[in-house]
Design a protein around this ligand. Structure first.
Ligand code: PMP
Length: 306
């Protein structure tokens, strides 16, 4: 279990984490009707910096729009959101890299199964930046559970209730002795892990399932794509078959809580040499440097925190 910092933002103020609570009668508790995002805040040479904060706020807005939680957009602006994040970080004053989780909970009491015009409350808390999969070669299992399709619960929306799908798949993988899962879509194509996007390398080309493959549009996925484009790495965003992973030279997972992590085994098949591949290593190093303010070209992706 990750260590949680003891001050949270809840509604409009900083409170002790134990007071950041929701009533059992709310839609958030009853239906999982909340939307969220998680982003890293890292220690850099110039102080604490949040990674792609504006894009995280935009993704929250997009999730709210998809699900129809319309009060969030009316009550929150990017500037107000950034201020709330700054308050939370300065109240806890971390001396290490942390993950920040911001959630918009629908806290209307017993409104029934609907989403519009309902009261919401924003919570923000910090926790230890511990990776959710091994960083030195994770082992994955194709899940017996399929990814919820866009026509049921859209993966593009980061809605809490949908994470039961991820819980089922991750637990299935753990029960079978693996570190995480590979989700397939309803047609059997590769989507992502339980909470990370996936990339493979074949013959020097970087390949990742497209945004039409029932994936979360990950912010680190976007970063990897931008790095590939700016450094001349051939890139394909397209439908991916499961067996392409088996014969790939390299496979890696990518996301806030998994960082860029090499995959060494899938369904009892060794991937490539079984060691971290050269492109994975290059992208991982670049990503780490960007997050820690060591790459001037990407400095605009970082928001200073007091
Ligand atoms: N897919 C899923 C299902 C996730 O939960 C996450 C983690 N937020 C990701 C992908 C990676 O997204 P990001 O790079 O924005 O952390």
């Amino acid at each position: 279990m990750s260590r949680v910092y003891d001050k949270a933002f809840f509604g409009s103020a900083i409170v002790p984490i134990d007071q950041a609570t929701l009533n059992v009668t709310t839609s958030a508790v009853l239906y999982g009707l909340s939307i969220y995002t998680v982003f890293p805040v890292c220690v850099t040479g110039k102080g604490l910096r949040a990674f792609r904060l504006k894009e995280h706020f935009k993704r929250l807005l997009d999730s709210a729009r998809i699900i129809g939680i319309d009060t969030f957009e009316k009550e929150w602006t990017e500037a107000k959101f950034i201020d709330a994040v700054q308050q939370t970080v300065s109240a806890n004053a971390p001396h290490e890299d942390v993950f920040v989780r911001a959630t918009v909970h629908v806290n209307e009491r017993v409104p029934g199964t609907r989403s519009r015009g309902l009261a919401t409350v924003l919570s923000i808390f910090l926790y230890e930046a511990a990776p959710i999969i091994p960083q030195d070669g994770a082992r994955l299992k194709t899940s017996v559970w399929r990814r919820v399709p866009d026509y049921a619960i859209p993966s593009r929306a980061k809605v809490n209730g949908a994470y039961v799908n991820s819980v089922l798949a991750k637990q299935d993988a753990l029960d079978s002795g693996y570190d995480d899962c590979i989700f397939l879509d309803t047609e059997g194509h590769v989507c992502e892990l339980s909470a990370a996007n996936i990339f493979l390398v074949r013959g020097g080309t970087l390949i990742t399932p497209g945004t039409g493959s029932d994936i979360l549009e990950g912010i680190n996925r976007r970063t990897v794509i931008e790095i590939a484009r700016s450094t001349g790495i051939a890139l394909e965003e397209r439908t991916v078959d499961l067996t392409e992973l088996y014969v790939a030279d390299e496979v890696f997972a990518c996301g806030t809580s998994s960082f860029i992590a090499p995959i060494k085994e899938i369904d009892a098949r060794t991937i490539g040499t079984g060691l971290m591949g050269p492109l994975t290593a290059r992208l991982r190093e670049k990503h780490t440097r960007i997050l820690h303010g060591e790459d001037p070209e990407y400095a605009n992706l970082l928001t200073p925190l007091p």
